[in-house]
Design a protein around this ligand. Structure first.
Ligand SMILES: *Cc1c(COP(=O)(O)O)cnc(C)c1O
Length: 465
């Protein structure tokens, strides 16, 4: 079954096609900050400059420099609470740490009652160091090392999500050696691949993650896990994609996961107590994106699971979800200073900023779409079709492919790209020996560095000559 309107292939437009998000910005409206795309506390003050967390971004730049990720702490916490409340006490919300993780974030999650997904020893170390109780941590990954498994089992993580037959044995051996019974889930690939507005449901899975339902691998994994005393099988896990708006993919996924639970009951006489439907819920990168509220998502997912369980004659298991992007993505903007403005007659204007693909790889990697706004002042100049590019030695170094900025934009102006909280700092690189920008949490008119800017000393320290 396919709901595909058109394939979700990358778009490499040479000229701005009509109806593109960048193209839909009405002229004269460039000073408006769309609340779907900007963090909750963002607003343009009377003097024309944008405030975030009560802090003037011009003052922010003086104090913390550019480029920088500016994270709205109030917005982050509010989103955590919205997810937590939407799913209620008989479900768990695991924040996917890979979207962006730091010790401050771990503390906020802990305080707001969320759990945490990690997928490496580094993320686990961050979680534990910042005081997340191990039983609220889940370990993911398709190739966890022996050391990572041992670290997680020793720490007492609440679940390890098993991803292969080899891993079943590895985790069981470590747990047996340490004399513990490790809670686990099995990651099933359910034959659903979902992206944004369409999903594809197939019988077969061609991907590195999980164990396929269709050819009986997931059922075989269940058999093996149930036969091992050092593993406690909590349930089945499924994660179907990213930046998803259409919940229909989750419906197919839930139906197939519950189908497996029913088979397990019939074959083994056990009803597994948990299912996890993963993350992947979409956010608004541009005003054209229209994500569902957590309350709607929770209601829909619960209903699907309840209905499928009723049909299968199963008690409704405890549900968990794993939003990463949907929590942190909208809470941050990247603040840049404009360095050069180069007009290509009849084409577009290239606006070069003091960062680029080293702080936001998503545009180059996924052809991701972003918006951008002048934030150090307002402007009533004509809209100018712009491409915001970085300073790296690479022509694909694009931050915002097509957007309108005011025609009087000049070197020294500050511009900000919203919705960069997820998968930007966490995927940042040192390409061209760029120094990775800081993450500064803003709140109540003040900024607090939560991840500091890299220094040349940091770079040289790794280079041992
Ligand atoms: C990446 C990932 C997530 C989070 O995805 P988002 O798109 O950030 O919500 C959740 N669960 C698993 C297993 C993942 O790999």
């Amino acid at each position: 079954m396919s709901r595909s309107a058109h394939p979700a292939g990358p778009r490499h437009a040479d000229v701005l096609p009509e109806g593109r998000p960048g193209g839909s910005v009405p002229p004269g409206d460039l000073n408006t900050l769309d609340p779907r795309v900007w963090p909750r506390t963002a607003h343009r003050a009377e003097d024309g400059a944008v405030r975030l967390g009560g802090l003037d971004l011009r003052r922010f730049a003086e104090e913390f420099g550019t480029p920088a990720y500016v994270l709205d702490e109030e917005d982050f916490r509010a989103r955590c609470r919205a997810w937590r409340e939407a799913f209620g006490p008989d479900a768990d919300v695991f924040y996917a740490g890979k979207a962006f993780l730091s010790r401050a974030v771990v503390r906020w999650l802990r305080e707001e009652g969320l759990n945490l997904d990690v997928c490496s020893a580094g993320e686990l170390a961050t979680a534990l160091d910042a005081g997340m109780p191990a039983e609220r941590v889940a370990l993911h990954g398709n190739n966890k090392s022996g050391a990572e498994i041992e670290r997680a089992v020793r720490a007492g993580v609440g679940r390890i999500v098993l991803d292969s037959f080899q891993e079943i044995v590895r985790v069981a051996d470590v747990a047996a050696r340490l004399g513990v019974r490790q809670p686990v889930q099995i990651r099933a690939t359910v034959g659903v691949e979902a992206h944004t507005h369409e999903f594809i449901a197939t019988a077969h899975e061609d991907q590195k993650f999980g164990l396929a339902l269709s050819d009986g691998q997931a059922a075989e994994a269940v058999r093996r896990v149930l036969g091992l005393d050092s593993l406690e099988l909590l349930g089945i896990h499924s994660h179907i994609g990213s930046q998803i708006f259409d919940l229909a993919g989750f419906e197919v996924s839930a139906r197939r996961v519950v189908g497996l639970l029913r088979e397990i009951r019939d074959e083994h006489g056990v009803e597994l107590p948990e299912i996890d439907l993963g993350g992947g819920l979409g956010i608004a990168y541009t005003p054209d994106d229209d994500p569902r509220a957590p309350a709607d998502i929770a209601k829909a997912l619960r209903e699907i699971v309840a209905r499928e369980c009723e049909a299968a004659g199963l008690a409704v298991p405890r549900l968990s979800v794993e939003p990463g992007r949907a929590i942190v993505g909208p809470t941050a903007v990247t603040l840049y200073e404009v360095g050069t403005v180069k007009e290509l007659e009849g084409l577009r204007t290239y606006v070069s900023v003091d960062g680029g693909m080293s702080d936001n790889i998503r545009t180059a990697l996924y052809d991701a779409e972003y918006t951008v706004a002048l934030v150090s002042r307002s402007s009533s100049a004509e809209p100018m079709l712009s491409r915001v590019v970085g300073k790296h030695c690479e022509s694909g170094d694009i931050v915002v492919r097509d957007a309108f900025l005011p025609a009087d934009l000049a070197p020294g102006d500050l511009i900000a790209v919203p919705a960069t909280g997820a998968y930007c700092r966490s995927m940042a690189s040192n390409y061209n020996h760029a120094l990775r920008p800081p993450v500064v949490a803003v709140r109540d008119g003040r900024g607090r560095v939560i991840v500091r800017r890299e220094t040349e000393e940091d770079l040289l320290r790794l280079d041992v000559g």
